[in-house]
Design a protein around this ligand. Sequence first.
Ligand SMILES: O=C(O)C1=C[C@@H](OP(=O)(O)O)[C@@H](O)[C@H](O)C1
Ligand SMILES: C=C(OP(=O)(O)O)C(=O)O
Length: 446
Amino acid sequence: MNKNPSSPTFLEIRALDHIQGEIRLPGSKSITNRALLLASLAQGETRLHHLLWSDDTRYMAESLEKLGVQGMHFSADYSEAVIPGQNGRFSVKNAELFVGNSGTSIRFLTAAVALGQGDFTLTGIERMKERPIRDLVDALVQVGAKIDYTENAGYPPIVLHANGLQGEILHIKGNISSQYLTAILLSAPCMQKPLKIVVDGELISKPYVTMTLRMMQQFGVEVKNLDFKEFHVPNTGYISPGDYDVEGDASSASYALAAAAIADGPVRLLGLDEKSMQGDIHFADVLAEMGAKISYGKGFVESRRGEFPLKAIDKDLSSIPDAAMTVAALCLFANGTSTIRGIHSWKVKETDRIQAMANELRKAGAEVSTTDESITITPPKVFKTADFETYNDHRMAMCMSLAAFGLEKGKSIRILDPLCVNKTYPGYWKDLKTLTGANFEIPSAK
Ligand SMILES: O=C(O)C1=C[C@@H](OP(=O)(O)O)[C@@H](O)[C@H](O)C1
Ligand SMILES: C=C(OP(=O)(O)O)C(=O)O
């Protein structure tokens, strides 16, 4: 391992040829960040179980604390929390919220702080300043919010002058990110009047909106969904369900499920099953279509190798944009050229993921071409050793680790800045070691 702090750390993985065993998945990022906010807005105390503790969820929890959610209590390993509900709005009148590169945190919190009173700044790392937020701001302005951009119009940082949100009606776009619509939905029950939301044009990442509606229902609010074109939300406020169990993360599951489809398995992942409310559970269907054997039981999903090399695919994966990256890495192991479509949103996520994925898959030896909304991958004849850049993108690191399963014995790859996995899956490298028996060295904290 490179211990020189002036150059990036890396993690070296020698050719991997098997994976087998059982692990408990980390909690879902999307569910944890919704649950933290819903519990904070609700009436009553909520006990959250199996939550994810990672950069993205820590930023959400710290922001809620800054907004006046006092007395949050976390267990020593942060997998359990007790959240005292604030009954619809936050008490603090001025705060600066720094959310790193957590898209869910900045979007969900922007709408939530607008419910209160006072001046709030929301910002993050440099990449966050390149991730659009205009469609959410434009929607909030229609129900009474006053929001300024302090650097580039349409992007964080933003300053919000909050004076409650009136409700009634707003129009919103959902073609860049579904998180804007989710943010409005989550705050709507605490507006002054019921809200009718009209979605203008295409809506991407729909399963995340379904997850939002399901969780709102679990916190006592029934939303009328007119085919994802219009939503009617009552302003009844949230009621805590008391105990709330967070599912294991389906996007995080994709890496080990994929590895088992390449290198025998079986791998059993606990904390997730076919009843999951996460759209990314359907990654397992794509994996099965490519040749893997997938099975489920109560509270687990299991993957093992079936047909191999995997079958090449040509598919629109716009409903599972995060797990679609794992599919791209799997295409390295396919029997021909694959195309993944519907991924234009990749460009505005942790990095420009279309560009990043193309660059790194090429380094592994693949032939890759891209458009604004697709990537086409022809697998390598022989896998190359490479230093994979990760672009401060957790999913790039986890996806490229799969390339180690294609290497000839004795060869190795290096994953640069491997601790970027801390955004959503801090235990990833440890879990990979456990399941593969590999003995690579994990660098210590950044
Ligand atoms: O609502 C959510 O929890 C998320 C929605 C998706 O974003 P987009 O709606 O921007 O595609 C996804 O990529 C992100 O990781 C989490
Ligand atoms: C896109 C992602 O995260 P976010 O938009 O919440 O930052 C992700 O986790 O892959």
